[in-house]
Design a protein around this ligand. Sequence first.
Ligand SMILES: Cc1ncc(COP(=O)(O)O)c(C=O)c1O
Length: 426
Amino acid sequence: MANLSRRTLLLGGAGILGTVTLLNKPHDQSGPRAPYFLSMQNALIEAGIATPTLVIDRKRLNHNINTLVGHLPKGMGYRIVTKSLPSLDLIQHIRARSGSDRLMTFNQPMLSILSTAMPQASQLLGKPLPIAAVKNYFKILPTEFSGSADRVQWLIDTPRRLQQYTDLAKALGRTFAINLELDVGLHRGGFEPGAELNSVLNAINSSSALRFAGYMGYEPHLPVLPSVLGWRDRAKADAWRRYRDALDQAALVFDAKAMAGITRNAAGSPTYRYYKDTSLANEVSAGSCLVKPTHFDTDLLEPHEPASFIATPVIKSLATTHIPGLEFADGVKRIWNSNSSKTVFIYGGHWLADPVDPPGLSYNATFGRSSNQEMLNGGPELEVAVDDFVFFRPQQSEAVFLQFGDIAIYDDGKITDYWPVFPASA
Ligand SMILES: Cc1ncc(COP(=O)(O)O)c(C=O)c1O
């Protein structure tokens, strides 16, 4: 009971039922700044950075790449999830360090950019693209990069989409490599083992415009299931049984040589460590765990380190907190919650991110969020001056990384490089 921060009393009387919530008084969470962030702040100031900036710590990124590669069982391929690492330089760095030439791509603009920037890479679509997007891709693909389209695996989730892709492949005089999306329990679409999958496999086999490239079965629902009563283990066994059944079905349509060459893609950051051998999947895809936003703070990803931060200058640092129109209540609020004693207004804000340094900073729900100058509150120990930096951890990388222009690369106490990101339209 001591840990409960909230207790509810049920009051009854005179026909009136009401609830009263007693909140425990929060402790002051402010404290000295972490030397890690003070060094990063010095590097940013030295580099003349004075706008909200996405920073990647190269050492930590490298540690995360090594960790991922080190966990891969013998023979397991690694596919780089590009949407979670949306910068050509970042992807190039990971390709070089991990030795992987496989990408998972999620939209047409990124597919087009990667087809010319990394023409030798294999690209597996992570979601099925509308046929109009595929037509646009071929319309703008420069002739000299035509070969890179042969290394694309098109993800197909329905018989109708397969028919659309077949028609386009014929019209273009090309052979499309088809990867089938499996529903292994996520229920985000795709095929389940059964009659429909069988007819699609046969349609691929009988068309000279198509080639069976493999399966993709993504299962991020597993680690969020409760482990009590064996729920998670049962769901995992069920996902793998569905995948196995789909493979057995394909083996009845395609010969052993074709089956030996297919892509058996699975996983994402939260689940890549589930795969201890290549008996089911022969490659895992992951991206976010290399930069580790806060949504990836899970037990399985414990060996990965947070490697990406938003740094933004403090515009105003105030010794007290005042809420407009509610000044009469400010004193009581401060006494009740010492973490709301001091205020900073930062340059920008309203990102999908959590403040991490100085310690104890939080958003003010009453004042509200702001993209222009966001208010953050801290306790009496908070020490942060105007022109100092406040640091956040992004909650996710894919959209957040696109909001700050070039990524600043932090290495050994210095900002050493700037890596452009993909256009936000991608
Ligand atoms: C099909 C698929 N595979 C893998 C991933 C894993 O990406 P990440 O490792 O960044 O979570 C995703 C993420 O959305 C996905 O949609």
